[in-house]
Design a protein around this ligand. Structure first.
Ligand SMILES: [Cu+2]
Length: 188
């Protein structure tokens, strides 16, 4: 088939795909929809607070039958910019520096960052890009983040940093100070 003949066929295919998506989406309007994870049970969640008690939303970590956890960040009132976020090894948020949360949640021998050969830490997550509204809603998939790892003896913390994670620097990607923190707790 020549390229000239192929192009219209491709265009028709794309148009029909678009039409199907639009049709499917229509009955839902602008409601927030997605897979219903609540029936799975066993989620961990935390409310995220800043040093002066400011409310910065929530993180939820939902283990699934595949062994991949779904991490949902619903964050608010953050400074616009690119910020590092991680799970940290201890579930303790003592303001103002949150050093109590310890280093990154990591399995034996893991180094920090996806740009490191021995990386990443299991608690490493992609940077968040906070728009002018200050709100971020995002879902991540994290393999091997099981209830056993999250619910170990000293718990697990969630930290938002002042700067972006460079995905490489040891031990924490030069993400700067800790500006907000949450202690993950298992759902009843
Ligand atoms: Cu961190």
């Amino acid at each position: 088939m020549s390229r000239r003949m192929f192009a219209p066929a491709l265009t028709a295919l794309l148009l029909s795909a678009t039409a199907v998506v639009a049709q499917d989406a229509e009955p839902m309007g602008h409601e927030m929809t997605g897979p219903d994870l609540s029936t799975l049970g066993g989620a961990f969640s935390a409310s995220v607070q800043g040093a002066e008690g400011a409310d910065h939303g929530t993180i939820t970590v939902q283990p699934t039958p595949s062994g991949v956890s779904v991490v949902t960040l619903a964050l608010t009132d953050l400074p616009p910019g690119v910020l590092g976020v991680h799970l940290h090894e201890t579930g303790a948020c003592e303001a103002p520096d949150y050093d109590s949360a310890g280093g990154h949640l990591a399995l034996e021998g893991q180094e920090h960052g996806v740009l490191s050969e021995g990386g990443p830490h299991i608690g490493d997550m992609p940077n968040i890009h906070v728009p002018e509204t200050g709100s971020v809603m995002i879902e991540y998939f994290v393999p091997d983040l099981t209830a056993e790892v999250l619910g170990d003896e000293d718990g697990t913390g969630f930290i938002i940093h002042a700067h972006a994670d460079d995905y490489q620097g040891q031990p924490a990607g030069h993400a700067g100070g800790r500006v907000a923190c949450g202690v993950l707790t298992a759902a009843e």
